[in-house]
Design a binder for this molecule. Structure first.
Ligand SMILES: C[S@@+](CC[C@H](N)C(=O)[O-])C[C@H]1O[C@@H](n2cnc3c(N)ncnc32)[C@H](O)[C@@H]1O
Length: 287
């Protein structure tokens, strides 16, 4: 197994700490996230070939929202192993599975780049909005490939690029400007758009050993009552903008948030707020 470089370890320690801090907020927004990602989650589960009785691996499972869908799909004759880097968010996923009576769900703290699961022991693997946060997504895909039985299906969901996800782009550009920092490469490893370049993810799936690779871009409009609800969601998540704005002091951070809110009001509609997003759903099969 590949040994992480010190940089990767430091990066992941920071990611773990941010998601430990954001776990409650992400969990509290589960109903909104669930509605936002409904169509892409259904597509992901279908494209991974998750069937009743299947053994499914859920990587970067977060608070376990899609784990619940997987558990319902496989039923008690199947099993779901939900894994995540953050112990705090895994505890919430475990509690959710218990509340749902899903005794066939196990939650385990694990780095997606080093899963420590038995080889060829799963029929399907999914990763919803997690893979782009890995400093080495190829290693994450290799781990899923190794975990799958030959012929097993995989499906990941990630953000496409900044142009098709203008809310996230506005958030980061505005935060950096208020912090007096230069623009960042949106496609840098570990960032929200890191796998958004056309063709990049397919190439990684191929390099990891998968076949029958297909990526579909889907619109995922985030519909909320108002822009304030979106900002509340962002502020209680592990959004990278928080790391930029948190060090600014109260007054400057407040000015940045006010600027962000003004710009995001462009997505106000007569019935609420509709933030455009585009996701890439990539499905493949183990050789
Ligand atoms: C945007 S959340 C998505 C959670 C969940 N899949 C969902 O869609 O609601 C990203 C998750 O990826 C996890 N994560 C980030 N890097 C990871 C890694 N290297 N290994 C495992 N999980 C990781 C975070 O802890 C967080 O729970």
């Amino acid at each position: 197994m590949k040994t992480p470089t010190p940089d990767k370890q430091a990066f992941k320690a920071a990611v773990r700490s941010h998601w430990n801090a954001a776990a409650r907020g992400w969990n509290a927004h589960s109903p909104e996230i669930r509605a936002w990602l409904r169509a892409s989650t259904d597509a992901m589960i279908a494209m991974a070939g998750v069937a009743p009785g299947a053994r499914v691996l859920d990587v970067a499972a977060g608070a376990g929202d899609q784990t619940r869908d997987l558990a319902e799909r496989v039923g008690p004759s199947g099993s779901v192993l939900a894994t995540d880097l953050s112990p705090a968010i895994m505890a919430l996923a475990q509690a959710r599975a218990q509340r749902g009576g899903f005794g066939w769900v196990e939650c385990r703290v694990a780095d997606g780049e080093d899963l420590q699961v038995e080889a060829a022991s799963f029929d399907a693997a999914v990763c919803r909005l997690g893979l782009m946060l890995f400093p080495d997504p190829l290693q994450g895909l290799r781990q899923m490939h190794r975990a799958l039985r030959p012929g097993g299906g995989v499906c990941s969901v990630v953000f496409s690029g900044p142009q098709r996800n203008p809310c996230i782009a506005i958030l980061m550009a505005t935060a950096l400007r208020h912090a007096g920092l230069p623009p960042r490469d949106p496609f840098a490893p570990g960032g929200l758009f890191s796998l958004g370049r056309p063709g990049h993810l397919d190439a990684l799936f191929l390099e990891a050993g998968f076949r029958d690779i297909a990526t579909t871009a889907v619109d995922a409009v985030f519909r909320l009552p108002s822009v304030d609800d979106y900002i509340a969601f962002v502020r209680s998540s592990a959004s990278p903008v928080l790391q930029v704005l948190d060090g600014l002091g109260e007054a400057r951070a407040a000015a940045a948030w006010a600027d962000i809110e003004t710009q995001l009001r462009v997505f106000d509609t007569p019935t609420g707020w509709e933030g455009p997003n585009e996701l890439l759903i990539t499905a493949a099969r183990r050789r």
